[in-house]
Design a binder for this molecule. Structure first.
Ligand SMILES: Nc1ncnc2c1ncn2[C@@H]1O[C@H](COP(=O)(O)OP(=O)(O)O)[C@@H](O)[C@H]1O
Ligand SMILES: [Mg+2]
Length: 674
């Protein structure tokens, strides 16, 4: 994790990042920025007048100096008309007190207005950055998402993007206004008393040196805070997404402990940053206090010597306080810029991740609905270096044909389907559509021709209607209903409390597995794509529900090129061709009748399944006879020889069984369902 920080700090400097943030997010904001700055400068100008009433009170109300003539005239006019301010000094005092209020009101109004204008610019920058980042992140291929925690991407999009506002509103703008104010006050002070002003300005030198030294530790510390916070959000996200597993396995305490560990790390990182910030603040304050002390000493000495009035001393000391305010602001803007740079680094790291599956230059748009011949030509693919998921796969899927893909779990069936959808691109070889490499087509137009039904349907927290219409927003309710009827979903939907408008919970948790799957079949109907991919669409369901769904699937397959990854042999009997995949390789291809008697892997599979069914059917304890699955049979076949039968573990996937036996816990990130 520290490595993460080191790597990122080593890349571009704060100034470079600031420039890039402005280029990405600030175009078109020029007029707003100029207006906002102008208003804030007006506020600073008005604030510059603030010490004068005090000086005049000291010199002309308490003391006996004659006030400037316009004020003296105004005071005598007031004295003439009011009984309250009978003495000119009272009238002057009244004017000065009202002046203090008027000045403060003006400063206040201008500050509110200017800040509003500039903060709205900052927030629009965050908005733009978020949108760009979100769009980019959802276009990154599954290789990226497989390797990155969702919580981390989530944190970058939602929180790290605030770096734009932080940089603008706590960095650039205060730095600009503070510089202007500093210059203004310095000019006024130089005019009033240049010697004292130079004494006051001398603290600037150590201040700048100090801030420069602070740059690196501050940036690193901020970056660490962002990373730890992102870890916390990842933890929450993963636990809540897997809440069923957490509760079912009673892992609440374990998750609680992991969460505490990361929350504590975040707390420590925050504390470290706070300590750094407050101690540097204290050091800066000390420097400024030294400057103030020097000014008080010098002015008081001059007053004792009779070269300055008491009012001058008050005025100059007030100005020094005003002079140091922008200096202090400049010091803090440096800190804010460093913290913003930490966020910007994380944002740009994500934004600069190349889209590895993307449209080629001049990608061809497929016009509307195109059916055609799909072919895998010596396709190999590995998720990680050196681990082959597919090897030299050659496969023909003629237009309108139904190809069934069978094989043990882990054979690469889902991977093959993912390649067809271009979730990933092949490591070697190519996939063609009507003889043309699919990478030639624009992703969008190619994917428009494919409908996908997964083992675990992906539903969103929205109404039933919106979920079905996900592939084709804006279709009529009539079409949605027709799709639902075709998928055999209409009955249960109309029985829901609000029918098609019923909100289903996140990931459709309020529906049963069969109902969820029917919705995803309805969605595929509605998409009406010429190519259909069914990845074990019924294997999560019981046999009865499956039988009902098979009818709907038969309807759906009609007239479409279909790749069905089969789970039960009953599902694939109607296929034009069956492809047997094993260890990422095609080991057998043929029709059901051909393979059935060839004596190869398929026949072994077939015989064991039907043998098993008749065996099961005669066993009274197993009422749902045809539930034994291809996968289980494969495992039976491949493990019969080597593994001693262990009834409790029977039916688990080989890898799981192995990890149980060797009691080694494989703490991999759960893979997304494809
Ligand atoms: N996202 C992934 N990252 C790394 N390895 C993966 C990923 N998905 C699948 N694999 C590996 O690729 C192989 C094929 O997996 P998969 O295509 O899901 O098999 P099937 O669908 O036939 O059960 C397996 O060894 C699996 O562990
Ligand atoms: Mg699979």
């Amino acid at each position: 994790m520290n490595e993460r920080t080191e790597n990122m700090v080593a890349v571009p400097g704060t100034l470079h990042l600031m420039g890039r943030l402005l280029r990405e997010c600030a175009p078109g904001e020029g007029p707003h920025i100029a207006l906002g700055l102008l208003v804030l400068l007006g506020a600073s100008g008005a604030a510059l007048l603030q010490p004068w009433p005090l000086k005049l009170v000291v010199d002309s109300v308490v003391g006996d100096q004659r006030p400037p003539s316009p004020l003296a005239d105004l005071a005598s006019t007031i004295t003439a008309y009011t009984a309250f301010a009978a003495h000119p000094k009272f009238a002057l005092l009244l004017i000065l007190c009202l002046g203090v209020l008027a000045l403060q009101s003006l400063v206040g109004v201008l500050e509110v207005l200017g800040t509003y204008l500039l903060v709205s610019v900052g927030l629009r920058m965050v908005f733009k950055l978020r949108c760009v980042l979100f769009d980019h992140t959802q276009r990154l291929s599954l290789s990226f998402h497989d390797a990155t925690a969702v919580g981390d991407s989530l944190y970058r999009v939602t929180w790290d993007t605030y770096c734009a506002q932080e940089l603008f509103n706590s960095g650039i703008i205060p730095a600009l206004t503070a510089s202007f104010t500093l210059a203004g006050i310095a000019c006024v002070m130089l005019a009033v008393n240049w010697g004292v002003t130079l004494v006051a300005l001398m603290v600037g030198v150590p201040l700048v040196l100090f801030i420069r030294r602070l740059d690196r530790p501050m940036t690193e510390s901020s970056l660490r805070v962002h990373e730890r916070e992102s870890d916390v959000s990842t933890r929450v996200q993963e636990t809540l997404t897997g809440i069923r597993a957490v509760q079912a396995f009673g892992r609440e305490e374990f998750e609680g402990a992991r969460f505490r560990q990361q929350a504590k790390a975040s707390m420590r990182a925050n504390l470290r940053l706070t300590l750094l910030q407050t101690s540097s603040q204290a050091a800066i304050d000390l420097l400024l206090a030294a400057g103030t002390a020097a000014v008080i000493g010098v002015t008081a000495a001059q007053a004792l010597a009779g070269r300055l009035t008491v009012g001058d001393v008050v005025l100059l000391v007030a100005y020094v306080a005003m002079l140091y305010k922008p200096l202090e602001t400049l010091a803090y803007t440096a800190a804010a810029a460093q913290s913003a740079a930490a966020g910007a680094r994380r944002v740009f790291a994500l934004l600069d991740t190349a889209l590895d599956v993307a449209d080629a230059d001049g990608a061809i748009e497929l016009p509307g609905r195109v059916s055609g011949h799909l072919a895998f030509e010596r396709v190999s693919f590995n998720y990680r270096e050196g681990v082959r998921a597919l090897r030299d796969v050659c496969l023909d899927i003629p237009a309108g044909a139904t190809i069934a893909l069978v094989g043990p779990s882990g054979a690469g069936k889902t991977t093959l389907a993912s390649l067809l959808l271009r979730f990933y691109d092949p490591t070697a070889g190519r996939i063609t559509f009507n003889g043309i490499d699919v990478r030639t087509f624009s992703l969008r137009s190619f994917r428009r021709n494919i409908a996908l039904v997964l083992q675990e349907p992906v539903l969103f927290s929205a109404s039933v209607r919106e979920n079905i219409a996900y592939a084709r927003p804006g279709v009529t309710l009539w079409e949605i209903e027709a799709a639902a009827r075709a998928a055999g979903a209409h009955e249960f939907i109309t029985a829901l409390p609000k029918g098609y408008e019923t909100e289903i919970g996140e990931r459709g948790v309020t529906l049963s597995g069969g109902q969820r799957q029917r919705l995803s079949i309805a969605r595929a109907f509605l998409k009406d794509a010429p190519i259909l991919i069914l990845d074990e669409p019924t294997s999560a369901l019981d046999a009865k529900t499956e039988a009902l769904l098979l009818e709907a699937l038969e309807q759906l397959k009609r007239g479409r090129t279909t790749l069905i990854i089969a789970h039960r042999l009953s599902t694939i009997r109607g296929a034009d061709r069956i492809v047997v995949l094993q260890d990422g390789m095609v080991v057998e291809v043929g029709t059901h009748a051909e393979l059935r008697h060839r004596g190869g892997p398929f026949q072994r599979l077939y015989d064991s399944q039907f043998g098993a069914i008749s065996h099961q059917a005669s066993t009274p304890e197993s009422p749902q006879s045809p539930t034994i699955t291809v996968r289980e049979l494969w495992e039976q076949i491949s493990h019969q020889a080597s593994t001693p039968r262990s009834p409790q573990l029977w039916g688990l996937r080989p890898r799981t069984r192995h990890s149980y036996l060797s009691s080694s816990f494989h703490a991999g990130k759960p893979r997304g369902q494809v």
